[in-house]
Design a protein. Sequence first.
Length: 509
Amino acid sequence: MKYRFLSATCFVALAACNHEAPPVHVPPPTAVPSVAKVPEAFATTMDAPFRAKAPEAGPEPTFAPPTVVEAHLKNGLPVYLISRPGLPLVSMQLVARGGAALPGLPPGMATFATGLLSEGTKKRTAAELADYTDSRGLSFYATADFDAASIGVKGTSDALPEAVGLLAELALEPGFRKEDVERERARRVHTLDVETTRLNTMGNAPLASALFGANHPYGIPLIGTKAAAAAWKSEEVAKAHSTLFAPGRSALFIAGNFESSVLLPLLEKAFARYAPPGKRVQTAPVIPASSAKAPRLVFIDKPGAPQAQLAVAKRGTRFLDADYFALAVGNELFGGAFSSRINLNLREKNAFTYGARSSVGFRHGDGPFVISTGVFVDKTAPAIHEIFRELQHLSDDAPSEEELALAKGHLRLTLPARFETNDQVASSFAQLFIQEFPLTFYATRNAKIDAVTPAAVQAAAKKLLDPKLFTVVIVGDGAKILPTLPSLNLGAPLVVDGTGAPVAATSTK
C-alpha cells in the first residue's frame, strides 16, 4: 500500500513540475431560435412599386440672373449694385482690368503685390489689420490673374461704413513695409523651389514657355521666376500695385443687403481721390499673339516618379472670339465634365488614370487649350495616343445630338451655382466687366448655348484644335518613359528642368 501511495504522490509531483494547464471548459452550443416566416402581405415594402422605376426628372428650372443697377461716382468710377435683401450681409469688390499681362510688370509681381495686402496698410500692421477685421466681422482678399486684379471685402450690413473704408484703405494705402516684402519674397523663392521640383507642378513653367515663348506675357506662370523674385524691392511692389489698380481700368461691384442711399455717399467719400473727374474706363490692354514656334514634345525628368503628369496643349483663343460658345460646348463634351470623352476613355475604358480633363483658357489674348492628366508610368505613350485619337475624332466627326444635349444641359444647369452667395454674385458680374461682355450676358447665355449645333462644334474644332499643332509636356521617370515615345512620331524631345531651362538629354538616362 505504501508503494502505491508513493507512486501516486510522485505522479502528482511530476505533473506539477510540468505545469500542465487545466482543461478548458467549453460551453455547449447555443441553439439558434427559429425565425418565423414573413407573411406574404409584408414580404415587400409598401413603396416597392415606386422604387421599381426611377422617378423622371421634372421640368428644367428657368434661371433669371439678378438685376444690376449701374451708377458712377463723381470721379467717373463705375459702381454696379446688385441688391439681395434677406440676410444682412454685403460683399464688395474693386476690380481692375489688365492683371499680370500689363506691360512693365515683372514676372510674378502681380500675384506677389496682391498677396502682400494681407500684411498691412499704411495705417495698420498685419496684426492690427487682423484685429480690426475680426472685431468688426469683416474679411477681405486680394488676387490677380493674367486678365485682372481684384480686392474684395465682405461683412454684415451694419458694418457697411467699416467695410467701405477697409476696401479703400487696401486699394489706396497699401503698406508694403520693407521687412514684410523681404520676408514674403523669401517665402516666394522657397515656393518656387517647391513648384519646380514637385511632380504635379514641374510642368507649369515649361508648358507656358513652350506655348508662348519666355518673352510673351503668358510665357511665364503667375507665380513668376526665382531670378525675378530675387530682385523685388518694396518700391517696385508699390509701383506694381498702382499699375494694377489704376483707376482708369477699375470698377466696383457690390452685392447684398444695403440701401443705395446710404452706400453711395460712403463710396464717394472713401474713393474721392481714386480718379480725376470724368475719366472714362479704359478697355483691357491688347495682348499680342505669340509668334513662338512651339515644340512638339517637352520632357521633364523626375527619376523614380511612380506616375507621369501629362499636358497636351496649344494656343487657343480669346474672350471675344466668334466661336466662344461653340468652343465652350465642345470642350464640355470633350473634357470639361466627368462624363466627357477624354475621361471616359482614359479612366473608364482604359484605366490609365483616375481622371482627365480639358479646359479652354479664354483670356484677353489667345489663351491655352490644355488637356491634363496623371497616368501610370507604363501607360504614358498609350494615354498620349488616345488623347490625339480623341482630338482627331472631335475634328473629323460632328457630335451626336444626344451627346451635345448632355453637354449643353450641364452648362445650363450649373450656371445658378455661380449666384448662390453675395461673393459669387459680385464675382460673376465682375467677370463680365473683365471680359468686356455686356451685363445682359447671363440673361442670353443659355439661349446661345442651346443654339450651338453639332456642325458648329466640329467647325470650331477644325479651326482651333488641329492635333498636329499640339505640344505634349511630360513629367516623369525618363529612364522608363523616353524609350516608349518614338512610336508617337512627335520627334526628339526637348528635355528641360522644372523652370523650362534646357538640360542635357543624357541626364535622363
